[in-house]
Design a protein around this ligand. Structure first.
Ligand SMILES: NC(=O)c1ccc[n+]([C@@H]2O[C@H](COP(=O)([O-])OP(=O)(O)OC[C@H]3O[C@@H](n4cnc5c(N)ncnc54)[C@H](OP(=O)(O)O)[C@@H]3O)[C@@H](O)[C@H]2O)c1
Length: 267
């Protein structure tokens, strides 16, 4: 499988790393195009892949072309790539806010997969939600699934509207959790823990709680009740979180991110 990357930044690199570590392609089968010379050198040195600043060289011979530039660079990029695609090429875009139609029209090519990964993809613990245009064949979908699966978990959705919803949950979600982690560490320091130990306590607690929920499959309420003894300490803490409006606050955060994702997609 020959894969070309247009944009080899944080997410492009995460995908290259995942693809190589899962053995989906060899370094010789990957080529990365990036506007930045130092970036190309880093990718070539670290992963032994081929790199180029020429779009034609990148696209020619590839089965899959991954578009991984920032949204603000997409409009200048698409005319450069337009009409370089032929039948059999699959475009896989991870550009936030760029719809299937935008990509297909901008590139003059109809076989497009649109995915929303997230930053834990950098360590193979990503969550990607993806969809495909009707021109994408079943075998191309299988390939897209395996590439996104190399970054962690992936979920296919047939309706593109779920991509904006995914942006608000799994795309932006790591930032919400990092804020909670930071706040809990500060709280631990506030009551007297040294900062380093506080970090260890909080990170392992978040990880352990997540894995317990995943591995037992139990409802969060059931797991929460297991920690909450009558008249105990946890119930005191939970009361403060409820009085502070944590549930409603999280709902408003997700709704605001979703509304913004829809606006960005229309722009
Ligand atoms: N990070 C996330 O959590 C996340 C999650 C889901 C989706 N995404 C999407 O993933 C995409 C990439 O994000 P990222 O964080 O990897 O960005 P990034 O680190 O900035 O990587 C983009 C790379 O593309 C290069 N580039 C810019 N214009 C180019 C062009 N015309 N031709 C070729 N290369 C070009 C950039 O070079 P310069 O730095 O020199 O401009 C940079 O090296 C974005 O569209 C984002 O919406 C990101």
């Amino acid at each position: 499988m020959q894969i070309a990357f247009i944009g080899g930044g944080v997410m492009g690199e995460a995908m290259i790393r995942g693809i190589l570590s899962k053995g989906l392609a060899t370094p010789e089968e990957i080529i990365a195009n990036d506007i930045s010379g130092p970036r190309r050198s880093t990718l070539a040195e670290n992963y032994r892949i081929r790199t180029t600043e020429d779009y034609g060289i990148a696209v020619k011979g590839a089965n899959i072309i991954v578009i991984a530039v920032k949204p603000q660079n997409l409009s200048e990029l698409m005319p450069e790539l337009k009409d370089r695609f032929v039948r059999g090429h699959l475009v896989l875009s991870i550009v936030a806010g760029a719809s299937l139609v935008t990509i297909a029209n901008g590139l003059g090519h109809k076989s497009v997969v649109r995915a929303m990964p997230n930053t834990p993809a950098q360590i193979g613990e990503g969550m990607s939600v993806w969809t495909a245009s009707s021109e994408v064949s079943e075998s191309q979908k299988e390939v897209a699934k395996s590439i996104l699966g190399a970054l962690g978990k992936e979920i296919y959705v047939s309706d593109e509207k779920y991509i904006d919803m995914a942006t608000a949950i799994s795309g932006s979600g790591p930032a919400y959790i990092f804020l909670v982690i930071e706040a809990l560490i500060d709280a631990a320091v506030h009551i007297g823990w040294p900062r380093e130990t506080a970090g260890e306590l909080v990170l392992q607690t978040v990880l352990g709680a997540t894995r317990l929920a995943q591995e037992t499959g139990k409802h969060p309420v059931e797991l929460r009740n297991m920690v909450t003894s009558p008249g105990g300490t946890t119930v005191e803490g939970l009361l403060q979180l409820e009085e502070g409006g944590l549930r409603a606050l999280l709902a408003h955060a997700v709704i605001a991110a979703y509304e913004k994702a829809k606006i960005l997609e229309r722009e």
